[in-house]
Design a protein around this ligand. Structure first.
Ligand SMILES: NC(=O)c1ccc[n+]([C@@H]2O[C@H](COP(=O)([O-])OP(=O)(O)OC[C@H]3O[C@@H](n4cnc5c(N)ncnc54)[C@H](O)[C@@H]3O)[C@@H](O)[C@H]2O)c1
Ligand SMILES: N[C@H](CO)Cc1c[nH]c[nH+]1
Ligand SMILES: [Zn+2]
Length: 428
């Protein structure tokens, strides 16, 4: 981890660069796989599953028996943890469902809007380097609350054609029963075009590696809605003299272990803390099974010694982290001042892993600075807000002249006539 002491403001942009995530170099390869899937359906999906995942089988949908058997393949402790996490995610996301009241904007003119679920959604759950069953809950639970009619899930199979039982168990808990053993570009292509086995969906959700990201970008040009750019994980921690260096190091490593491409950032005003955290990172990383991956991310990571909490807030807002941990005094007050972040973790006893798994907030969050403009996955991601209006004859008598005036000024006579013809019929 490179450290910097009070770098001048004009260098911040450069020092806060993320590792290069330009996937455009993959577009040609990815597009040719997508094209083949569009034409040849299942046959092409199976061909590429053989090539990229070593899956030699012919089945694409996970059978009922495999789903039912999953429950006996994981411990009761893990099942109970998955159920608790699902309940917290459900409780939190249910509060995001907003009902809008009807409003009379002027007498006789009533407007309202209704939440209407997206009918068919496809969830991608990564499985290349780790079986991310927590992502099943993060994507599946809100889709259910929103009321999506058809929810399908794709995740890469192992060479033996099996899906990790925790993924299947989490899917059962979330209430998703159509699960496909398809990963990478094949999954995105199958959900976009539909195949003999896989239904076409209207919106695709979920994080993934560079192939998944490139495929999502390409299909979004073909009228497929996607959730957001969710790339390699990242965390920024602000820490002051009240912080525990071992906690801070553990939090940095929790996201570094997602591997090369991820980035972790430490901001502090305390030189001794900076040194202590660096020593702790070195101590803790050695004991991680994913030490290599974590070191890969640490190579692209940075620590900054700054002069004040105000500077830390400014730098954090400039970076716009996916996750922001506030290990500082008055953390709640600092949290109120934050503008750009995907999800904020307040105080010394709120590790980022809580949001990754079980506190209730969503872990599918905008990375790479997209937190400036995107929200993480939430109920709104699964619904559209359809607006309605109803105007009475009296209402049109009042509002009509306004519309006529504006339509005439835009030189759109047919618009004006649609009002005039009614006002003539209503009379005085
Ligand atoms: N931002 C978020 O909210 C969030 C959440 C969870 C995970 N993530 C990120 O998601 C990513 C998961 O990546 P992963 O690799 O573990 O799983 P993955 O499922 O995204 O990718 C595995 C698939 O990639 C395809 N693939 C592999 N090599 C290929 C090649 N040479 N050509 C074509 N296709 C190929 C295979 O089909 C395989 O099924 C990580 O970067 C992680 O940090 C982000
Ligand atoms: N930190 C990842 C992106 O927010 C999500 C995750 C899943 N499992 C563990 N972590
Ligand atoms: Zn994580």
């Amino acid at each position: 981890m490179q450290t910097y002491v009070n770098p001048p403001r004009n260098q911040w942009d450069e020092l806060l660069q993320r590792p290069q995530l330009d996937v455009s170099g993959l577009y040609e390869q990815v597009q040719s796989v997508l094209d083949e899937i569009e034409v040849a359906g299942d046959q092409a999906v199976l061909k590429y599953s053989r090539m990229f995942d070593g899956y030699e089988g012919a089945e694409l949908q996970v059978g009922e028996e495999e789903i039912a058997a999953a429950s006996s393949k994981i411990t009761k402790e893990l099942k109970s943890a998955i159920e608790t996490a699902a309940q917290n995610i459900k409780t939190f996301h249910a509060t995001q469902w907003q009902l809008m009241e009807k409003v009379e904007t002027q007498p006789g003119v009533t407007c309202w809007q209704k939440n209407v679920p997206i009918e068919k959604v496809g969830l991608y759950v990564p499985g290349g380097t780790a079986p991310l069953f927590s992502t099943v809950l993060m994507l599946g639970v809100p889709a259910k609350i929103a009321g999506c009619r058809e929810i399908i899930l794709c995740t890469p199979p192992g060479k033996d054609g099996k899906i990790h039982p925790a993924i299947l168990y989490a899917a059962s808990v979330a209430g998703i029963d159509k699960i496909y053993k398809i990963g990478g570009i094949q999954a995105i292509g199958a959900m976009t075009f539909g195949t003999e086995s896989v239904p076409k969906v209207y919106k695709i959700f979920g994080p993934g590696n560079k192939y998944v990201t490139a495929a999502k970008q390409l299909v979004s040009l073909k009228n497929m809605a996607i959730d957001m750019p969710a790339g390699p994980s990242e965390v920024l921690i602000m820490a002051d003299e009240s912080a525990n260096p071992a906690f801070v190091a553990a939090d940095l490593l929790s996201q570094a272990e997602h591997g090369a491409g991820s980035q972790v950032i430490l901001l502090t005003t305390v030189p001794e803390l900076l040194d202590a955290v660096m020593a702790e990172v070195e101590k803790q990383v050695k004991s991680l099974p994913r030490e290599d991956g974590a070191r890969g991310a640490l190579n692209d990571s940075r620590a900054f010694l700054l002069t004040s909490i105000d500077e830390m807030i400014k730098m954090s807002d400039l970076y716009a982290p996916e996750h922001l941990i506030l290990a500082v005094n008055d953390a709640e007050e600092v949290a109120d001042r934050i503008i750009n972040a995907g999800s904020v973790f307040i105080g010394h006893y709120t590790p980022e892993s809580a949001g990754d798994y079980a506190s209730g907030t969503n872990h599918t969050l905008p990375t790479y600075g997209h937190a400036r403009t995107y929200s993480g996955v939430n109920i709104d991601s699964y619904i559209r807000k359809v607006t309605f209006q109803h105007i009475t004859p009296e209402g049109l008598k009042q509002l009509g002249p306004v519309i006529q005036e504006m339509a005439a000024a835009e030189m759109l006579d047919a618009h004006k006539n649609a009002v005039t013809i009614r006002l003539n019929e209503i009379g005085d």
